[in-house]
Design a protein around this ligand. Structure first.
Ligand code: SF4
Length: 377
């Protein structure tokens, strides 16, 4: 059987964070109910397409999946378990916001099969959390984290964010050290990106100054050092894990495995065909009422598209890409297709290669977007 990863989008949040441009918004209980019913219809209607696939990972993302009633997660997983072939060892992750996750909900998720939690913390400083528009404080997070452990979650990620307005190295290191003291299995550490249309972007003058590019870079370097010293392996540009705790679901994206996304705006890529669900809430509900008519606009990727993705997604991973995989997928060698690009960046020590692999150097990772764009036709 072929492997499949499933993403389930929950587009609801109690309140929009000031930096967020994800597809998420507050919604009434009635709207949430309608959405869940649509989501189940979509998942059920699509199941027949995946009869020869086995689900190896599930990811409830958002938005804030933890805002839902506990029963909702149980019901969604029930649909998967009955209509799809589920691997009994599947990694099942749920993203949670500390302000919306009670111990009772966690017990229910665990019982339903969730075996990995991803907690959005961002900062251990309440004034930074407030500035970001987060609805929780650090004490809420600590309580959630403790509850997660007491309930028996042994695979927990904590999301953090550096480069915040007014943040200096001392504050960032303090956040890292506080989180490290808790010994989570996985840490995602991203730099804040000011996205257009967000509250921060529109009112940037009301916020403390952003760290300079140099300070931002230093924080990024310190993150790598501190996490390494504490036994976390960096396996992707922004992701660090204790041995054996890399997020299997996200690795599928970077390694171009098959994934199907259910819900509003969810993206899918199965056997080199890509599509994205509508981002319009009412259209999504209407389409799911007649799921047999839920025609998705699909884009069949050309071999060139696939090669480009293979390179720029795979090189996000610290281990890099395998030359043999490239040849197996495309019946051409990496050297034939990208020999000149590889030589150019290798000469600048941005990229290394040996018999079997190509990977980015530390310096290369710092300018990865420039290198990735070189693989595009
Ligand atoms: S909780 Fe996450 S998805 Fe929701 S508004 Fe904040 S950053 Fe966006």
């Amino acid at each position: 059987m072929k492997s499949l990863s499933v993403y389930i989008h929950i587009p609801f949040c109690a309140k929009k964070c000031n930096y967020c441009d994800f597809l998420s918004a507050p919604a009434t209980a009635e709207k949430r109910k309608q959405y869940l019913s649509a989501l189940k219809s979509e998942m059920q209607a699509e199941a027949k397409r995946y009869e020869d696939f086995c689900v190896k990972s599930v990811f409830f993302g958002g938005g804030t999946p933890s805002i839902l009633e506990a029963q909702a997660i149980t019901e969604l997983l029930e649909v998967l378990k009955t209509a799809y072939h589920m691997d009994t060892q599947a990694e099942i992750t749920l993203e949670m916001n500390p302000a919306t996750a009670t111990k009772e909900k966690m017990e229910s998720w665990k019982k339903a099969g969730v075996n990995r939690l991803s907690i959005g913390l961002q900062s251990a400083h309440d004034e930074e959390l407030k500035m970001l528009g987060r609805i929780h404080c650090y004490a809420d997070f600590l309580e959630s984290y403790q509850n997660a452990r007491e309930v028996g979650f042994t695979n927990v990620n904590i999301d953090l964010m550096s480069g915040l307005p007014g943040q200096d190295m001392k504050k960032w290191e303090d956040t890292l050290q506080k989180v490290l003291a808790l010994k989570p299995e996985h840490i995602s550490a991203y730099s804040l990106i000011i996205e257009e249309g967000t509250e921060i972007c529109q009112n940037i003058e009301r916020y403390p100054a952003l760290p300079s590019e140099e300070e931002d870079r230093k924080m990024y370097q310190r993150t790598k050092e501190i996490l390494k010293e504490n036994g976390y392996t960096r396996y992707e540009i922004s992701n660090y894990a204790k041995e054996g705790y890399e997020c299997k679901h996200n690795c599928v994206y970077w390694q171009r495995g098959n994934y199907v996304g259910f819900g509003l705006g969810a993206a899918s890529m199965v056997e080199n065909v890509r599509w994205t669900n509508t981002c319009d809430f009412d259209s999504y509900l209407a389409k799911c009422k007649q799921p047999s008519d839920f025609q998705k606009e699909k884009q069949v990727l050309t071999q060139r598209d696939c090669m480009e993705e293979f390179m720029f997604l795979g090189l996000r991973m610290i281990q890099g890409v395998k030359k043999a995989d490239f040849e197996r997928f495309f019946s051409k060698t990496m050297e034939e297709v990208y020999g000149k690009v590889l030589a150019k960046w290798e000469a600048q020590h941005m990229l290394y290669q040996d018999e079997s692999h190509v990977w980015l150097s530390e310096q290369g990772i710092d300018v990865s977007n420039v290198i990735f764009s070189d693989f595009l036709a």
